[in-house]
Design a protein around this ligand. Sequence first.
Ligand SMILES: [Zn+2]
Length: 221
Amino acid sequence: MILRLLLIFIAVSINLSAAPQKVLAVAYKNKTIQRPIIILDAGHGGLDKGAKIQYPYLEEKRLSLSLTLLAKKYLEQLGYKVILTRAKDYFVPLKKRVEFANEAKAEIFVSIHFNSCPNKTAHGIEIYYHNSLENKVKAKTSLNLAQCILSDIIKKTKARSRGVKKGKFCVIKDTKMPAILIEAGFLTNPQERDNIRKTIYLDKISLGIAEGVESFINKYF
Ligand SMILES: [Zn+2]
């Protein structure tokens, strides 16, 4: 009897401690629901360090990879299949990133960067999409994706929104699926940089990315 009670207690505790996202992920696995494939593209890498700060020494390529790995974790908890264009500190040409995404038949492409500016007061988060005139469906869905993700990142971080902007970066222009490029804050702004250096803050941005993808899928897929 005591053993039975103990087993029930353990079972209830396990159930209560399971995070809702994990329960959802298990449900997706068990029902074998196919969720969209997402490409996360950590900006720069290897010899291409991206934006650099001397004091304290920071490299964009490392921060973009840290944020990408956190976003991957949260998206996988929601049941998405996530593919990375780079999982370590190595250089991947932009064209290769595009080819990789197109060949993987991914449904969503998210490139992750941090910003810099000679004006140290510049701060906030902005997201770029390509306003393609040849592919209006891609332009519209990319815009929707950018709006969903920006809104969720701002909710989580309380950072300043610099809005959704049009851009012609190769990774968002030449990919075939809805594609966006996140500039997740300015390394040149002392206050924002202090936040970005903390894992707890990167965690908030990555949760915003994952929840933004989820809002986009629920609204438009
Ligand atoms: Zn960059």
